[in-house]
Design a binder for this molecule. Structure first.
Ligand code: GDP
Length: 193
């Protein structure tokens, strides 16, 4: 992706507002604070593309970005935010469910999890949900710089096992500090655009 050619297309809360670009879409999902914005910035090769950590009270929207006219990526608002109210959670659920299950141009979801910890219940629910709808998933395990080199494979195995990952889905350790595996992740995504 040419970093100079990544732009937000629109923020949407309902299908009528989703953009029609003719490009394939890749969604990025993960719990709040997992490092999704940092990953998006790394993927785009520059800072400030995605806003970091959405604050409570902010409108929950799906944000669509044109990635160098090659594909569209969609920043799905983070789940599991502690201070989310019940009504906010319900709104989030309805919007995400509708988008993930009905969007025909969506070909793959990048699910971000924290490499340091086993997946949360929300992480597992999200993966199960995506698999129920037969959505290809690429798991990106963030904050790998916080784990000793020799222990990374062990953490990867725990995530694979706890998510009961399908063999065709790939998982990559990632760090926004050193950007490890970014080329491999981009190559994996290429198949879906
Ligand atoms: P988001 O809420 O999922 O968009 O997460 P952010 O990208 O805003 O990151 C949340 C916090 O984790 C911030 O303080 C980031 O600086 C930090 N962070 C994100 N990715 C990494 C990483 O790969 N390594 C480390 N050490 N910190 C990270």
């Amino acid at each position: 992706i040419n970093p100079g050619n990544v732009d937000i297309i629109t923020s949407a809360v309902k299908p009528e507002h989703y953009p029609e670009t003719g490009l394939k879409e890749i969604a990025l999902s993960g719990r709040s604070n997992v490092g999704k914005s940092s990953f998006i910035n790394a993927m785009c090769g520059r800072k400030g593309v995605a806003r970091t950590s959405s604050k409570p009270g902010k409108t929950i929207t799906l944000n669509f970005y044109n990635a160098d006219n090659k594909f569209v990526f969609v920043d799905v608002p983070g789940y599991g935010y502690a201070k989310q109210s019940k009504s906010e959670r319900e709104k989030w659920g309805a919007m995400i469910e509708g988008y993930l299950t009905k969007r025909e141009t969506l070909t793959c979801v990048v699910q971000l999890v924290d490499l340091r910890h086993p997946p949360t219940a929300d992480d597992i629910s999200m993966y199960d949900f995506l698999k129920y709808y037969e959505m290809p998933v690429i798991v990106v395990a963030t904050k790998a710089d916080k784990i000793a080199r020799g222990k990374i494979q062990k953490h990867i195995s725990v995530i694979k096992k706890e998510l009961e990952m399908e063999p065709e889905d790939q998982i990559f350790a990632f760090s926004s500090l050193d950007k490890r595996n970014l080329p491999e992740i981009m190559t994996a995504l290429q198949k879906f655009v």
